[in-house]
Design a protein around this ligand. Structure first.
Ligand code: DQA
Length: 141
């Protein structure tokens, strides 16, 4: 099983960025956690982070034929990007949505998830653990 893990804008600043919302662990710590878990489960994983919507669309398109599933936290693009939704629908790989914070309990503008419309399940408000649960869900899919 080959899984592509995509993180959107500002998630490279984990640990620095609003630690009361996103915690004090860094993006590097998140990558290490995911890589360790994937190794334990015998999963091949690629981690990709970008602050650019088009780069995320390119990465999703390039996943076709290369990966068996996608774990995606599109960050702010969750709530705005029809292009990311369309890319996920275009490649039609099993995809899982992750949000570190509990978006359901936050501002009204965070209540829409375009990307989520192309994802099988959402793991919301579980912190970094959400990514591991999303990998589990792809393994069970
Ligand atoms: C986020 C939630 C989004 O609303 C926000 O824009 C982010 C991170 C999360 O992981 O909780 O950047 O996706």
């Amino acid at each position: 099983m080959r899984i592509l893990v995509i993180n959107g804008p500002n998630l490279n600043l984990l640990g620095v960025r609003e630690p009361d919302v996103y915690g004090d662990r860094s993006y590097a710590a998140l990558c290490a956690l995911i890589e360790g878990y994937a190794a334990e489960k015998g999963v091949e994983v690629k981690l990709f982070q970008s602050n650019h919507e088009g780069a995320i669309v390119d990465e999703i398109q390039a996943a076709l034929g290369q990966f068996d599933g996608i774990v995606i936290n599109p960050a702010a693009y969750t709530h705005t990007s029809i292009a990311i939704l369309d890319a996920l629908k275009a490649v039609d790989l099993p995809a899982m949505e992750v949000h570190i914070s509990d978006v359901a309990a936050r501002e009204p503008f965070r209540q829409v998830s375009y990307a989520g419309m192309a994802c099988r399940r959402a793991f919301i408000g579980l912190g970094f653990d959400g990514y591991l649960r999303a990998i589990d869900a792809l393994l069970e899919a």
